[in-house]
Design a protein around this ligand. Structure first.
Ligand SMILES: *[C@@H]1O[C@H](CO)[C@@H](O)[C@H](O)[C@H]1NC(C)=O
Ligand SMILES: *[C@@H]1O[C@H](CO)[C@@H](O)[C@H](O)[C@H]1NC(C)=O
Ligand SMILES: *[C@@H]1O[C@H](CO)[C@@H](O)[C@H](O)[C@H]1NC(C)=O
Ligand SMILES: *[C@@H]1O[C@H](CO)[C@@H](O)[C@H](O)[C@H]1NC(C)=O
Length: 485
């Protein structure tokens, strides 16, 4: 009996350790003010993340990761794909962004993501011809530089590269989307030969978003008995993640590669910016996902498979494009300043509050608000200035169903917008003027769940201008739209 208990105990320990070692996270940097990379690297380590995926090979980020031993997936951004479709250029990329960091105390690079969702339907084929040549070149350059056995090139694809026919909407009927079927087949054959996994991003939240007929419970892992299951021959699917993953497995089978390893490049749940983007639902989603990964349950078509997963994402990014929706800026497990949002079982076991970032330096406790003396006759000018502020800072929390939606009156809204801009500008004095309508105060203007943030000292990131400009429009309120028009 004692021996058995011992065996059980070591099985449990092994399962817990596995949960942690298979778990990675995406570290995006589209923020108006960035936390120091060393602070972020420590946040990763403190929470037991042994793997991280970044979206470029930015020197500052790499300096943060140097010496940590954290397994890193660096990336060739989409806008460099055409360039590295030329072999000489691919070789330079590898020299500057892989070889340079390969030394004792450097960065532990394990993967190069070649592009990011290059076959997204929204790109209209823009990267279809350059992606596979870029992938081949990067792998060849890695091989020639002597990194090939350790570092593999992969391509993170969006889950819209495969589907099931409308007439047979079950995972076993999965196939690659017609317009990219040939290029996907060529790509996965190459990955099979180079010994690299395919990487796919799967978002149950997006299945739910914008589809009022989608059964809520089917988006989670505890939906059995709640949501109507999808019956596929002898298999019953009770959650969209499994169904989606197995649709890809079926598509791979169709091209003779049913066993190709697949990693999840992104999976997660946002906490603001939509009625379903809440900390409570995010907590439910991650609780189910992490429990399953720890149990190594796999999916019906790959039972028991160890699936390597990168959660999306580490911290909120207030300068991401909101073209897909306002939730885009709220994917973080942590707030922009590294505070955990909800309990998570990052190391297996029971969910617990993650460890907050240490050593974060804040700007002074000062806020920019609408001057209480501004009369109602200033309404028009206030609206213009709110439009200006929200076009350059993050106002997504103001939307319907969001953390500040309904919490504020029109004057409160204006204060929120002015403060967001002032903070994004590092509290520059000139950033709290708004034609004399704004004043700096030292009393916290937050109300309930609606947080008027104080920004971090951090370094300024180059603003993604186009991305931020889209923000005001996507807040989607008549008032703001009128201002913009
Ligand atoms: C290396 O990566 C950085 C950051 O993503 C990029 O700006 C640079 O152009 C890359 N180097 C080469 C030689 O392509
Ligand atoms: C996958 O790779 C293996 C080993 O290199 C090879 O034997 C097999 O033919 C490949 N399969 C396909 C469909 O290319
Ligand atoms: C505050 O702003 C939000 C988003 O712009 C809007 O939906 C809401 O109606 C505004 N509230 C008032 C009282 O103006
Ligand atoms: C609001 O954000 C600040 C950081 O800017 C943080 O210190 C504070 O705890 C937050 N308040 C709430 C209610 O989340």
């Amino acid at each position: 009996m004692a021996a058995l208990r011992c065996v059980l105990a070591s099985v449990i320990v092994a399962a817990v350790a596995m949960a942690a070692d298979a778990l990675g996270v995406n570290w995006g940097t589209m923020s108006t003010r960035r936390l120091p990379p060393k602070v972020v690297a420590r946040l990763l380590a403190d929470n037991g993340f042994r793997k991280v995926k970044i979206f470029d090979a930015d020197e500052r980020t790499m300096a943060g990761l140097a010496g940590t031993g954290i397994e890193t997936m660096v990336a060739v951004p989409n806008d460099l794909l055409a360039a590295v479709a030329d072999y000489g250029r691919a070789r330079e990329w590898v020299k500057e962004n892989v070889t340079k960091y390969t030394f004792d105390g450097g960065v532990n690079i394990k993967f190069v993501a070649v592009g990011n969702e290059p076959f997204l339907r929204a790109y209209n084929g823009l990267f279809d011809r350059v992606t596979v040549p870029a992938l081949r070149n990067i792998q060849r350059a890695l091989d020639e530089a002597g990194h090939g056995t350790k570092v593999k090139a992969t391509v993170p694809v969006n889950a819209d590269v495969y589907d099931s026919p409308p007439g047979d909407p079950v995972p076993s009927a999965g196939r690659f989307r017609a317009d990219v079927a040939a290029v996907m087949a060529e790509m996965v054959r190459f990955l099979n030969r180079s010994g690299a996994p395919l990487t796919v991003n799967i978002y149950p939240f997006l299945s739910l978003y914008g589809n009022d007929d989608f059964p809520l419970d089917y988006a989670f892992f505890d939906g059995a008995g709640k949501a109507k299951p999808v019956v596929d021959g002898r298999v019953t699917y009770t959650n969209v993640f499994d169904a989606n993953f197995d649709t890809l497995v079926s598509a791979l089978k169709r091209v003779g590669l049913g066993h190709l390893p697949v990693m999840i490049g992104e999976v997660g749940w946002p906490t603001d910016g939509d009625k379903h983007a809440t900390p409570a639902l995010a907590k439910r989603f991650y609780a189910g996902l992490l429990r399953r990964l720890a149990a190594r349950k796999g999916t019906p078509l790959r039972p028991g498979a160890r699936i390597e997963v990168y959660l999306f994402g580490l911290i909120d990014e207030d300068a991401k494009s909101v073209a897909p929706g306002n939730f885009e800026r709220h994917w973080g497990l942590f707030t922009f300043d590294g505070r955990p949002k909800f309990p998570l079982a990052l190391r297996g076991g029971r969910p617990a509050m993650p460890v907050p970032a240490r050593g974060v330096e804040y700007l002074p406790r000062r806020w920019c608000v609408l001057n209480p003396d501004a009369g109602d006759d200033a309404e028009g000018r206030v609206a213009d200035n709110v439009g200006y502020a929200c076009g350059r800072a993050d106002c997504t929390a103001l939307g319907y169903g969001c953390s500040c939606g309904g919490a504020l009156d029109a004057r409160g809204n204006a204060s929120y917008a002015f403060n967001a801009y002032y903070q994004a500008q590092g509290q520059a004095e000139s950033a709290c003027d708004f034609q004399g309508l704004a004043v700096v105060v030292d009393e916290d203007a937050s109300r309930g769940k609606c947080n008027f943030s104080v920004q971090v000292v951090g370094s300024e990131a180059p603003a993604a201008t186009a991305a931020v400009a889209a923000a005001a429009a996507a807040v989607g309120t008549a008032a703001l739209l009128l201002v913009l028009l």
